[in-house]
Design a protein around this ligand. Structure first.
Ligand code: HEC
Length: 193
């Protein structure tokens, strides 16, 4: 049932795109979704494991070393460019580009107006090249997120965060807030049809 839901969703999603939907587009969308799923579970699994062993302190230490590495790995495995972005990013490498910023702002407006927010897929032209872009919201879904992104972070955890991320903006969140997004870019000429 879930699969059918996703398929119908993807047809609706791609109607807005000027090109008629093809099997190729459906495959790109599926690839983007699978990569986002994979990154989500890989990061969460690792965070969980470290947290079990040494709480948020250990979480920050390990996360700051491996988050980017795991992200690159998932990108390679799925043949996409993937990253996480946020309007209030912790790592400077997770700052959004113009299109990502626009989508994040639209989602924030949607949330304020009580509307559901959902994934977005679009063809864009970047430096003369057609690229397939995809974003999926990341919300503050569990109380554990607040230990490192909330309003009352333990001093020891905060010290470790500040040490590693002097320009950190990723604090002050509450449950349900939009934290950021998975963002996937696929350059079709690099994909085997
Ligand atoms: C143990 C501390 C810790 C916990 C718990 C934690 N995070 Fe993070 N989070 C970090 C660190 C450190 C980074 C920066 C990682 C990097 O260098 O890319 C980060 C980065 C992020 C980013 C990328 C954007 C940015 O700000 O750079 C998102 C999105 C994010 N976290 C969401 C979450 C969500 C959702 C949860 C709860 C499921 C969560 N985090 C729980 C420490 C934590």
């Amino acid at each position: 049932m879930r699969r059918i839901g996703l398929f119908v969703g993807s047809v609706v999603l791609l109607v807005g795109i000027s090109v008629a939907q093809s099997a190729f587009e459906t495959a790109l969308l599926q690839r983007a979704r699978t990569a986002a799923d994979a990154l989500f579970s890989r990061l969460l699994q690792r965070l969980n494991a470290e947290y079990q062993q040494g709480g948020a302190e250990r979480g920050v230490k390990v996360c700051s070393q491996v988050a980017q590495v795991l992200t690159q790995q998932v990108g390679r495995e799925h043949g996409v460019q993937i990253r996480r972005v946020s309007l209030k990013n912790r790592n400077p490498r997770n700052a959004p580009d113009a299109w990502e910023r626009q989508v994040l702002l639209r989602w924030e407006r949607g949330l304020r107006e009580g509307k559901p927010i959902t994934e977005v897929a679009e063809w864009r032209t970047e430096r003369g090249q057609r690229v397939f872009r995809y974003m999926r919201p990341i919300r503050i879904i569990a109380p554990v997120c607040l230990e490192c992104h909330g309003t009352q972070i333990k001093p020891e955890v905060l010290r470790l965060i500040r040490e590693r991320y002097p320009n950190d903006k990723a604090r002050g969140y509450r449950m349900g807030d939009l934290r950021g997004a998975f963002s996937v870019k696929i350059i079709p000429t690099e994909v085997q049809r």
